[in-house]
Design a protein around this ligand. Structure first.
Ligand SMILES: [Ca+2]
Ligand SMILES: [Ca+2]
Length: 275
């Protein structure tokens, strides 16, 4: 009896609010709007305006221990018929090593990673150029590479690190799965798959050359919808799904997700509005 009384004390005010809202909506005085908070700062400022506590449902990243861990993306034509390419990722390294960020078979197609300190990018097999600036362990760094068959450009945190026409020519397609955090050809001296050690987040592959301004404009926010030339985006917020297409990945080795994502999870809030 007591239980039922307590329930009705909570239920009745709720019902009154819902009925009032429906009435206002019917006469056109109320509605719903969905607001997207893509960056944690936006979300926190939204919450502070409500005088509420921050959410703990943060985004995640891919954690790899550098020894046999990877995300495998099944072979797809659009990842292999490229006259131009842009690859972007947030990385947090743990050491200077030869390690893969995105590998499409480095002996035949494209590969983005580091061999010790700077960015390295291969295409068409052994056609490589190393960047100039070290990518240090222990901090989140945004790396981006663009290549159009003639000119390659490397960006670190949105700043141009290297522009080069050395070893240029068309991008050769691969013939197998694309890996994130490893490469199916392997061949690094101490590890079978040239595995990455650390955290990787927000990996994107485009079939166009992104400009420096475009890279800077999008590096601090998650992309969740289609864009011209955007082939795939992996947020790694607890899964390896492609957020804009069908290039869904599966984890290999003992790859896992870290609670330390570069971005907080993208949040969609229904906000009641008065007209
Ligand atoms: Ca491992
Ligand atoms: Ca993430």
């Amino acid at each position: 009896m007591m239980q039922r009384t307590r329930q009705s004390r909570i239920l009745w005010p709720l019902l009154v609010i819902v009925y009032l809202w429906v009435f206002l909506a019917m006469i056109g005085r109320a509605g719903f709007a969905y607001t997207t908070y893509e960056r944690d700062t936006d979300f926190r400022s939204y919450l502070s305006s409500l005088d509420a506590s921050p959410s703990t449902s943060g985004g995640r990243s891919l954690r790899l221990d550098g020894d046999g861990d990877y995300v495998e993306i099944p072979f797809a034509d659009d990842l292999n018929n490229l006259s131009a390419i842009t690859i972007e990722a947030w990385v947090k390294r743990e050491a200077y090593r030869c390690e893969t960020v995105v590998g499409n078979g480095w002996r035949e197609s494209y590969w983005l990673g580091f061999c010790n300190q700077p960015i390295r990018f291969y295409h068409t097999g052994y056609k490589r150029v190393d960047g100039r600036t070290p990518i240090p362990p222990g901090q989140w760094i945004h790396v981006a590479v663009t290549y159009d068959g003639t000119t390659r450009r490397y960006y670190i945190n949105g700043r141009l690190d290297l522009e080069s026409t050395l070893n240029n020519g068309p991008i050769n397609p691969g013939s197998g799965a694309l890996y994130i955090g490893a490469d199916r050809h392997g061949g690094c001296t101490d590890r079978a798959l040239c595995g990455f050690q650390g955290l990787i987040d927000e990996v994107r592959i485009w079939n166009v050359v992104r400009t420096q301004a475009e890279i800077q404009a999008d590096m601090y926010r998650a992309i969740n919808g289609p864009r011209p030339g955007l082939l795939a985006v992996w947020h790694f917020d607890g899964d390896a799904r492609d957020a804009v297409g069908s290039h869904h990945g599966t984890l290999g080795g003992d790859a896992q997700f870290s609670p330390e994502g570069f971005f907080k999870r993208t949040l969609y809030f229904p906000v009641m509005t008065m007209k």
